[in-house]
Design a protein around this ligand. Structure first.
Ligand SMILES: *Cc1c(COP(=O)(O)O)cnc(C)c1O
Length: 356
C-alpha cells in the first residue's frame, strides 16, 4: 500500500507501527489462538488490556486513583448526553462555554435535562476567536462544561483557570497533545478517533466523588456509576477499540508528552508561519493566542484557487484537507501521529503553488 499523508480531522491518522500492531492482533492476539476480534470481553486478556490502559491514562495525565477511567461507547456525542443526564438536576442549572459547534451541540443536548446558562459565546464571530472566559462563575451551577480545542473552527484554550464548581471538559481533539494540568477537571472525556484510536469509543476520566452526585435514576448504560462499578464491561465492550487505544497510549508514553508537545508546537508554527506570509491563503483565526495547534483552518483568496490547490494536493498524495462546511476552505489537522515532515511537505507544496 502506498500510504497517503493524512490530515483528516477524525477518524484521523494513526502511526504506522500502531496500525501494524493492530493488524497483527487481528491475526492472533498474544498467542491465545484467537483474533483480538474474537477475544471474550470478560476474559483475563481483556481485563489486562483495560487495566494497563487505565494505568497509562492516569500516568499520562499525572492523576492518581482519586480518578476513575472508563471506556464507553457512543463516541463524543454520547458524553454530551451522559454529562447532563448524570449531573444536571431538573430544577438545577449548568454553565456552558460556547466556543464552537461541538460546544454548542453539547449545550443543546443539555437543555433536555435542566436549565443551561451560556456563560460565554463567540458565535457572533462564526467562532473565529475564543470568547472571553467568564469573570465569575455562579456557585449554584452543577458544573461548567467547555471544549478545550474547537476542532471545526481551529481555536484552542491555551490557559484554563481553576474554577469553583466542577469543571467538565470535552478534550476529544487535543487530549495528550500537550503538557496540561488535568487535575482541574471533575470529569473530562474524549472521542478517541483523533489522538487516541478508532471511532465509536470514548475515554472518560471522572473524579471518584462525582458519581455520588448523580441526580436522577438512569438505565445502567447511561449511568457513570454503573459503568464504574462494572469496570467498563457493563455490556460487551468494544474490545478492539480499547485495544487500539492501548496501543496509542503505549506509543504516546514512549514518545513522552513533553516531546509530543514540542513537536506539535513546531508543526503548527511551520504551517501558521506559511499562512501568515501567504499571498493566496488566509488563516481563519487571526488572533494568534487563540489558534489551535491541532486543527489549522484557512481559506483561499478565490474559489478557483481553492479548487486547484485541492487537486494539487490529491495529486501529491495528500488527503483530508478540505475544510468543514461551516468554515469552508481548508482544515489541516495536526494530531500526534502527523509528523513534522508531513507538514513540511504540505508547506513546500503551498509555496510552489503560490509562485506559479
Ligand atoms: C470529534 C468531536 C466530537 C464528536 O465525536 P463523535 O464521536 O463523532 O460523536 C465531539 N467533540 C469534539 C471536540 C470533537 O472534536
Amino acid at each position: 500500500m502506498h500510504r497517503k499523508i493524512n490530515f483528516n480531522a477524525g477518524p484521523a491518522a494513526l502511526p504506522a507501527e500502531v496500525l501494524q500492531q493492530a493488524a497483527d492482533a487481528v491475526r492472533e492476539y498474544n498467542n491465545t489462538g484467537l483474533s483480538i476480534l474474537e477475544l471474550p470481553h470478560r476474559g483475563r486478556e481483556f481485563a489486562a488490556i483495560v487495566r494497563e490502559s487505565n494505568a497509562l491514562v492516569l500516568e499520562l495525565c499525572g492523576l492518581d486513583d482519586r480518578y476513575e477511567v472508563l471506556w464507553l461507547q457512543g463516541g463524543g456525542r454520547m458524553q454530551f448526553c451522559m454529562v447532563p443526564m448524570n449531573f444536571l438536576p431538573e430544577n438545577g442549572s449548568a454553565g456552558y462555554i460556547d466556543s464552537g459547534r461541538w460546544a454548542e451541540e453539547a449545550l443543546e443536548y443539555a437543555t433536555h435535562y435542566g436549565d443551561v446558562q451560556v456563560l460565554a459565546t463567540s458565535k457572533e464571530s462564526n467562532y473565529s476567536r475564543l470568547p472571553q472566559w467568564p469573570t465569575t462563575i455562579p456557585d449554584q451551577l452543577s458544573y461548567v462544561h467547555f471544549t478545550t480545542n474547537n476542532t471545526i473552527f481551529g481555536t484552542q484554550w491555551h490557559t484554563v483557570p481553576r474554577i469553583n464548581v466542577p469543571m467538565v471538559a470535552d478534550m476529544s481533539s487535543d487530549i495528550f497533545s500537550r503538557v496540561h494540568d488535568y487535575s482541574k477537571y471533575a470529569l473530562f472525556y474524549a472521542a478517541v478517533q483523533k489522538n487516541l484510536g478508532t471511532p465509536g469509543t470514548a475515554l472518560v476520566v471522572i473524579r471518584k466523588d462525582m458519581p455520588g452526585r448523580i441526580v436522577r435514576e438512569l438505565p445502567s448504560m447511561l449511568s457513570y456509576k454503573a459503568h464504574a462499578d462494572e469496570h467498563s464491561i457493563l455490556n460487551t465492550a468494544n474490545v478492539f477499540g480499547v485495544y487500539v487505544s492501548l496501543l496509542m497510549l503505549r506509543w504516546t508514553k514512549e514518545k513522552g508528552i513533553a516531546a509530543i508537545d514540542k513537536e506539535n508546537r513546531q508543526k503548527a508554527k511551520i504551517l501558521y508561519d506559511a499562512l501568515d506570509h501567504s499571498t493566496k491563503f488566509v488563516p481563519h483565526v487571526q488572533e494568534k493566542s487563540h489558534r489551535s495547534m491541532m486543527n489549522v483552518c484557512f481559506t483561499a483568496i478565490s474559489p478557483d484557487v481553492e479548487k486547484s490547490f485541492l487537486i494539487l494536493c490529491e495529486k501529491n498524495n495528500i488527503t483530508g484537507i478540505k475544510g468543514h462546511r461551516f468554515v469552508g476552505g481548508f482544515r489541516v489537522s495536526l494530531y500526534n501521529a502527523v509528523t513534522v515532515s508531513d507538514v513540511e511537505r504540505l508547506v513546500e507544496l503551498m509555496k510552489d503553488f503560490e509562485t506559479n
